[in-house]
Design a protein around this ligand. Structure first.
Ligand SMILES: Nc1ncnc2c1ncn2[C@@H]1O[C@H](COP(=O)(O)OP(=O)(O)O)[C@@H](O)[C@H]1O
Ligand SMILES: [Mg+2]
Length: 405
């Protein structure tokens, strides 16, 4: 998965016909060096998919509408001159091949696509792509707009994950350039929907059940939009449906979401399940929420110990101390930092009035308590995570939330 992502070819495919797209997708999913970045069932939408996901190569099946497919290839070739395009068609006559290549395709395969041929074509695309990007020093001729993926995970129950996830999401969604989605991965007991007072039409279970014919449009429609601009994909309503959500589903869903949204937030469970781990592996940042309290701190140490065993995972962790500034414990921030062996990245002040009030009202802090300390702190955290402010800039402000003893 993510550990091998560096050598992986990230591929996006478009084919309006399920009957040919599915075998092709399954073939691609079986190739270890391929990461299926996005899948699309409409030629018209694919240019957007490509813009957002900036794949290393694209596969275009021509048969549903040769003209539209050729137009798309031309458009891609103009916009992303270095993006390798593989055309696939049942018509392998010279004329068809020539047309596709003239439009801008680099490789051509006939259906049914055979694994060996696919592997060879991908290899050639990769070799050519390397060559061209070495000389130009650009990727696909475009600046890559990666989405920022953030997991929010707790060190014990009730530590504040959902509060932080929901309010970070709403804060980020205020930027008109961002497209932000929150996925509730606390599959059994999640309550992001309640925190936002949303009654969803679809949940992660519907998406998982339809994972085989999932495309961007379907996925986008499955998310529920909050007034703040934040989109939510809630956990399943029925407990039984949790079993429908497999890890490989989640991988695909996240891949597609990354093509649609600029910022993705995952509210994880406290059980360290395979789903949680998959989400953390696919994240750029893992916000580990803690409190200045023995159980929480011990679990932070244990979790970091486990996560650090996996290459690249430990480095993503940012410790966020929630409910900072309470006077009822005898663990100081310095002592906590010493125990954890890592600096505290951010503090969210203890602010029961705002936090509890907002939760009970089913509103985010930005509407319920926009002047509260908690809101200010979480907007600050959102800005830092989004790279709008340097991480060490608001130190003074952070200190004021906490008195050293
Ligand atoms: N900074 C805070 N100050 C005061 N109360 C908080 C704070 N953060 C969260 N809470 C409260 O703690 C409770 C648990 O928070 P929640 O976000 O549901 O935790 P989790 O998702 O980790 O189980 C909620 O009632 C919430 O309002
Ligand atoms: Mg929660």
């Amino acid at each position: 998965m993510v550990e091998i992502m560096k050598d992986v070819q990230r591929i996006a495919i478009v084919d309006p016909n399920d009957a040919t797209r599915e075998p092709l997708r399954n073939l691609l999913l079986g190739v270890e060096t391929v990461w299926l970045e996005a899948e699309c069932s409409r030629y018209e939408f694919f240019i957007d998919v490509a813009r957002q996901s900036c794949p290393d190569a694209v596969v275009i099946t021509l048969d549903s509408d040769q003209n539209k497919a050729h137009q798309l290839i031309q458009q891609l070739a103009v916009e992303f001159p270095n993006m390798p395009i593989l055309a696939v068609s049942s018509r392998g006559d010279g004329q068809s091949i020539l047309q596709a290549l003239r439009a801008g395709a680099k490789e051509f395969l006939t259906t049914p696509v055979v694994l060996e041929e696919l592997l060879l074509a991908l290899q050639r695309l990769r070799a050519n792509h390397r060559g061209s990007s070495d000389t130009n020093n650009t990727q696909n001729g475009a600046t890559r707009s990666e989405s920022l993926v953030i997991s929010i995970v707790g060190s014990k129950g009730g530590v504040g994950c959902t509060s932080i996830a929901v309010n970070l999401g709403c804060a980020m969604a205020q930027d008109a350039k961002y497209n932000v989605a929150l996925v509730d991965l606390d599959l059994a007991l999640g309550d992001a929907d309640i925190a936002l007072d949303l009654i969803p039409d679809y949940t992660l279970a519907d998406v998982a059940m339809n994972v085989d014919r999932l495309d961007m449009q379907f996925l986008r429609r499955s998310l529920c939009k909050h007034d703040s601009g934040l989109s939510l994909l809630p956990h399943p309503v029925q407990m039984e449906d949790i079993a429908l959500i497999h890890d490989e589903h989640l991988g695909r869903v996240i891949g597609l979401l990354r093509a649609s949204y600029s910022h993705l937030l995952f509210d994880l469970s406290k059980r360290f399940t395979p789903t949680d781990l998959t989400a953390m592996r696919m994240s750029d940042v893992v916000v580990l929420v803690a409190q200045l309290e023995l159980t929480s701190l011990r679990n932070v140490v244990r979790m970091m110990h486990t996560l650090e065993k996996e290459e690249g995972l430990g480095d993503k962790i940012k410790i966020v101390m929630n409910c900072a500034g309470t006077d009822n414990g005898d663990i100081t921030l310095e002592k906590a930092q010493e125990t954890i062996g890592k600096p505290i990245f951010w503090q969210v002040p203890n602010d029961a009035k705002a936090m509890l009030g907002a939760r009970n009202a089913g509103l985010p802090l930005m509407t319920h308590a926009p002047k509260s300390k908690a809101h200010t702190s979480l907007v600050g955290l959102a800005n830092v995570l989004c790279g709008k402010v340097a991480a060490d800039a608001p130190k003074k402000e952070r200190r004021s939330f906490f008195s050293f003893r």
